[in-house]
Design a binder for this molecule. Structure first.
Ligand SMILES: Nc1ncnc2c1ncn2[C@@H]1O[C@H](COP(=O)(O)OP(=O)(O)OP(=O)(O)O)[C@@H](O)[C@H]1O
Length: 296
């Protein structure tokens, strides 16, 4: 993975009428990375992706591979493939005909194989299920081997096998140098896929960081069961261990308050630890914590 910026978004603002939807968003996407754009329904993910693609007017600066992109200047899109919202599909064309229509060169079979479309590629699209349409839409985004692939909720309608296959395909292509910007409201899915996360809420940037940085800010806890939980709680509080709950007794641990010291101080008070379970915040909780800290 290189550290070259392929997409740079600066001070992106968007209003629909009097209603502001995006607020001064700035972030960068590095070449060859898989970047997850995550946020609750209505956060503004689709609007951001549409602004990047020049499908809607917005203010701010969008650079794709160093070239200025705008509503009326779409030249940088030559190196971009995208699936936005529901793929625009012609009911009376087959999947293969769709791919032939949009392919710059003749090779559509690689994409058909990569996305396992063979079973239905020669049927008319009007017979497609939601998942088949979604797969065809993804194929259309990938067909010309673009440098940057933008996928809006690509997992919508996909079954677990297709979800796993798509994840593996994205990872393989990213390893070969393709950059992906993938939106989802499913953080758990992005956790398995993305190198970096851009977190949006109410049209504002909440966090933009490498996945492992966000995970590193996870909080760690231990849940302990002792022969005297109330004495244990009192002892740990006196030693500045943040007590999260009393029943079960759960405390936060960190570098300054490690497990070893916890065991020592309890032992000194002759508290016997019968059981100790480690718990970590999940990614969702880490992001909620970031949100709470920002709103505090
Ligand atoms: N054309 C439009 N006119 C007016 N408001 C719009 C328009 N498009 C989107 N919005 C509003 O902008 C906000 C963000 O919508 P957007 O579709 O970008 O969110 P999202 O994060 O993609 O959500 P979802 O996960 O539900 O698709 C919503 O409040 C939506 O109602």
């Amino acid at each position: 993975m290189s550290n070259q910026t392929i997409l740079s978004v600066k001070h992106l603002n968007k209003s629909f009428g009097a209603k502001q939807i995006l607020f001064d968003l700035s972030f960068k996407v590095q070449s060859g990375h898989i970047v997850g754009l995550v946020g609750p329904n209505g956060a503004g993910k689709t609007t951001i992706l549409k602004a990047i693609l020049g499908l809607i007017k917005s203010s701010g600066e969008i650079l794709i591979d160093g070239q200025l992109m705008s509503f009326n200047h779409s030249a940088p899109l030559k190196s971009v493939g995208a699936l936005i919202e529901y793929p625009g599909i012609y009911p009376y064309l087959t999947g293969r005909q769709h791919l032939q229509l949009f392919a710059h060169n003749g090779d559509i079979q690689t994409t058909i194989d990569e996305l396992a479309l063979n079973d239905f590629i020669d049927q008319k699209a009007k017979k497609y299920s939601l998942g088949m349409k979604q797969k065809l839409g993804i194929a259309l985004a990938l067909i010309n081997n673009p440098q940057l692939v933008i996928l809006d909720e690509p997992l919508n309608g996909l079954d677990p096998q297709a979800t796993r296959d798509l994840r593996e395909l994205i990872i393989t292509k990213a390893q070969a140098g393709t950059t992906f910007l993938v939106s989802s409201h499913l953080l758990s899915e992005l956790q398995k896929l993305a190198d970096d996360l851009i977190v949006i809420d109410h049209g504002r940037l909440i966090a933009s960081a490498a996945m492992n940085e966000i995970l590193a800010s996870n909080r760690h806890y231990v849940v302990i069961s002792t022969n005297n939980d109330s004495l244990a709680e009192q002892t740990l509080s006196q030693n500045n261990y943040p007590v999260v709950s009393s029943d079960p007794l759960k405390v936060m641990i960190d570098a300054a308050h490690p497990v070893e010291k916890l065991l020592t101080v309890l032992n000194e008070q002759r508290v016997t630890v019968k059981d100790l379970i480690h718990e970590d915040d999940d990614l969702e909780q880490s992001i909620l914590t970031i949100l709470e800290e920002k709103n505090a």
